[in-house]
Design a protein around this ligand. Sequence first.
Ligand code: SAH
Ligand code: SF4
Ligand code: F3S
Length: 509
Amino acid sequence: MNEQQRLQSQQVNSSDKKSDQDYSKYFEKVYQPPSLKDAKKRGKEEIQVHRDFEIPEEFLGMGTGKKFYIRTYGCQMNEHDTEVMAGIFMGLGYEPTFTVEDADVVLLNTCAIRENAENKVFGEIGHLKPLKMKNPDLLIGVCGCMSQEESVVNKIMKTHQFVDMVFGTHNIHRLPNILREAMFSKATVVEVWSKEGDVIENLPKVRRGDIKAWVNIMYGCDKFCTYCIVPYTRGKERSRRPEDIIQEVRHLAAQGYKEITLLGQNVNAYGKDFEDMKYGLGDLMDEIRKIDIPRIRFTTSHPRDFDDRLIEILAKGGNLVEHIHLPVQSGSTEVLKMMARKYTREQYLELVRKIKEAIPGVTLTTDIIVGFPNETEEQFEETLSLYREVGYDSAYTFIYSPREGTPAAKMEDNVPMAVKKERLQRLNALVNELSAEKNKAYEGQIVEVLVEGESKNNPDVLAGYTRKNKLVNFKAPKSTIGQLVQVKIIAAKTWTLDGELLEKPIEVK
Ligand code: SAH
Ligand code: SF4
Ligand code: F3S
């Protein structure tokens, strides 16, 4: 962290705060909200990698006898940040709890991707108020992507003053300091760095399970799609060094993890920021595929940066699974241009062709936005036709949501909400139709399933995923949890498959 970032760590005075000790005079800094403008300025200074993270001795034991609760919204990046924050809490001596009533610290790790995501969080902050009134010593914190938005921070300061801490995505390693300030301060502690931080290695982590694990390979996004808030909330693209990633994956393999998902907002830009070498995602995957771990996935891919080298490596198969999530957003070249996706419909289809040719039987899934400003009926129909042409197995579909500060939010929009909703319904009908069709083709086939645990709806049934990320339900002894087993598919549903465990392993081609 540099001096400028430190100066952006701020403190706000707000009324009726807890605490009988008044330490606030130590933190009298002028409050400035995070700035989307500053967030957009991509620093030229080289990214520093810090390998010496440890919890300062003065903080050890700070959480003894106390409990923390973290509620996570949004994508895998946030889920994984929660694992890091849980690791820091445990390092401080806190214990986890799964009910807010029981907690001494409640954190909301928030998502800013669409308006409804933000509304949910404000609803939840409101629900926490009575708890805070009952127990003034309870610490409430808001972190994650929403904390990086100036309008959100201003709203919290104005109307939710009982929130004790607001901190951003670039400074979660500062959690011990922020917690201590919040404990002793009368004021809401606001520590948000508008500009991205460095890459911090050796952060503690408490992973959510012992079968599948997430590994960050890069942070941030420089793509600036016109509708998207992520480049502002997550900062510029910065890659972890390959040796650090490989060491983490090796370590997870040694611990018995069976599946790794490599994470980044735009993993195909991996390595572009290295000044000392030419090294991309293909090179990284080529090294990781040699590690003795059954399955490696990665998310999310940006079509623009998906290069031939990566396709060539993925074609080697082995632990590299034949499923690629490849968000297209729209099937219309004009809309893609307005979105600044930097590829055309034809270029996307050509990429799909190359991938299918190199990886026979590959499964593709995608993300689609309908109702982008001024999207015409014809342009929407191009999305439908592209969906069919690619033959996706499934998709996450969204109605466009304007995000303050992004270029698209300033565009005039002549598409009424009713039309957007109707388009979403039509798209979803197609998504369901193809998903059911694809699943039907599995009937009678034998698939490899990584058994994850009991099915959500029926504890007598176990559930797990295939290499292509299909959810399979089947009866099997609990001892198979965490194992790879062969399952024969007997019935397909729209979203899941029902199967039978094969006693004897059968060679799957
Ligand atoms: N980095 C990933 C996606 C991150 S956000 C990528 O580029 O593919 C996940 C998805 O949310 C996006 O793919 C997009 O479909 C959707 N999304 C992002 N911003 C949105 C907005 N303003 N309104 C509606 N959907 C949005
Ligand atoms: Fe957002 Fe585009 Fe970056 Fe994905 S690539 S996070 S959609 S700006
Ligand atoms: Fe949401 Fe931030 Fe992820 S906006 S989708 S939590 S990167």
